[in-house]
Design a protein around this ligand. Structure first.
Ligand SMILES: Cc1cc2nc3c(=O)[nH]c(=O)nc-3n(C[C@H](O)[C@H](O)[C@H](O)COP(=O)(O)O)c2cc1C
Length: 369
């Protein structure tokens, strides 16, 4: 129970800090500024007829958008999860809940998560558990419990080595995590998605994950919310200058989101969720054109979820309209057409990808013989 109390306090700190401090990347950018669409002056489609729907993990999404894992385990989280759930249900989107560890340790906290399914009976819901917990005692039993708790459609196993490394109470034994992920993937009948938490996933790791039967990857790259930044502020509030320095130095660590999408999509064929610093519908469109199947945002949704369902729906609806407008301007009347539209990759993003031997020029030549 002591552990559950500590987990709860930590989750509450995370929410407060994410809402009240600037915990976005300072120097690292997502790389989307280096991705350009080729504008079409002759789109030859009707904007109102653009079809945003897409089927991923055997589920039909009205738009390729999910609200990424944020919270659970505290009383304030119940309200946040209920608000997000109502908004995504209405709009036909998906939602990931935050780490369910607190509720696995303390049954009383289950309702802070179960509220998501109550308020979103048909939306695609993703359960959440830490990869590091799998090498420190958790097994298929706990993972199944997390899935059953919210009648989830999939489970995300999150990888957060950066956060664990800079947080005072962090668990830094990650040895054997891949093998455990493989065991879980083979035993479950629901898709296992492996997700980062703001530092991105490289091609080499994506390959290993697909080899152990993981069915989806959420890249959660750098350029958006920084967990080193969150831990920086936690350390600062406690007067811990040692840990504060670690948070400061590693604030911008990670693979930029746009790069991570290419690293994974040019290596693997499993669905990719693009997240980490996506802030508007144009960036959502760029992520899809780079090879993602779904897009996801966390911190900006948290900011509005504390205000209410209408505010949350309004922000999500704006993102959808921006995505649709981008599609109109490149003449893409479906998500698949957008995924095949030409894009030009320039600057440091192109340089990184060329040095890592990815095909950068192919994107620009799409649709031309
Ligand atoms: C307050 C907060 C809590 C989070 N908690 C979790 C979590 O429990 N599990 C998880 O997988 N990711 C968690 N994340 C990470 C997000 O799902 C996402 O990967 C990351 O914030 C990058 O997306 P963003 O830049 O849109 O915020 C959390 C993010 C925030 C802002």
């Amino acid at each position: 129970m002591k552990l559950a109390k500590e987990t709860r306090k930590r989750k509450s700190d995370h929410i407060k800090i994410s809402l009240n401090q600037n915990v976005q990347a300072r120097k690292t950018t997502t790389g989307f500024e280096d991705i350009h669409f080729v504008h079409k002056a002759l789109p030859e489609i009707v904007k109102q007829k653009i079809d945003l729907s897409t089927t991923v993990f055997d589920h039909k999404f009205a738009t390729p958008l999910i609200v990424g894992a944020i919270t659970g385990g505290t009383m304030e989280a119940t309200k946040i999860n209920a608000t997000i759930a109502k908004a995504v249900e209405k709009l036909g989107l998906g939602m990931g809940v935050g780490s369910q560890r607190a509720a696995i340790e303390d049954k009383k906290l289950e309702k802070t998560f179960t509220v998501a399914r109550k308020k979103a009976p048909t939306a695609f819901l993703i359960a959440n558990i830490g990869g590091v917990q799998l090498v420190n005692g958790y097994d298929v039993k706990e993972v199944k419990k997390a899935i059953e708790m919210i009648e989830a459609d999939a489970i995300a196993i999150h990888l957060n080595p950066l956060q664990e490394a800079v947080q005072p109470e962090g668990q830094t034994n990650f040895q054997g995590v891949l093998e455990k992920i493989g065991e879980i993937s083979r035993e479950l009948d629901k898709p296992v998605i492996v997700k980062e938490t703001g530092a991105g996933i490289a091609a080499e790791d994506a390959k290993k994950l697909e080899n152990v039967c993981v069915e989806g990857i959420d890249v959660s790259g750098a350029g958006g919310t920084s967990w080193a930044a969150v831990e920086y502020y936690r350390a600062k509030n406690r007067g811990n200058s040692f840990q504060r320095r670690l948070g400061d130095v590693f604030w911008d660590w990670g693979i930029p989101t746009a790069i991570s999408i290419v690293e994974v999509s040019q290596t693997e064929n499993i669905p990719i969720i693009a997240s980490g610093g996506i802030r508007d519908g144009v960036e959502m469109a760029k992520a899809l054109a780079l090879g993602a199947s779904l897009t996801s945002l966390s911190q900006p949704v948290l900011q509005v979820a504390i205000k209410g369902v209408k505010e949350t729906k309004d922000v999500l609806s704006l993102l959808i309209e921006e995505l649709k407008t981008s599609m109109f301007l490149v003449g893409a009347d479906s998500v698949q057409a957008l995924q095949e539209t030409p894009i030009v990759v320039v600057g440091e993003t192109a340089e990184w990808l060329r040095m890592r031997k990815f095909n950068v020029d192919g994107y620009a030549r799409r649709g031309r013989s």
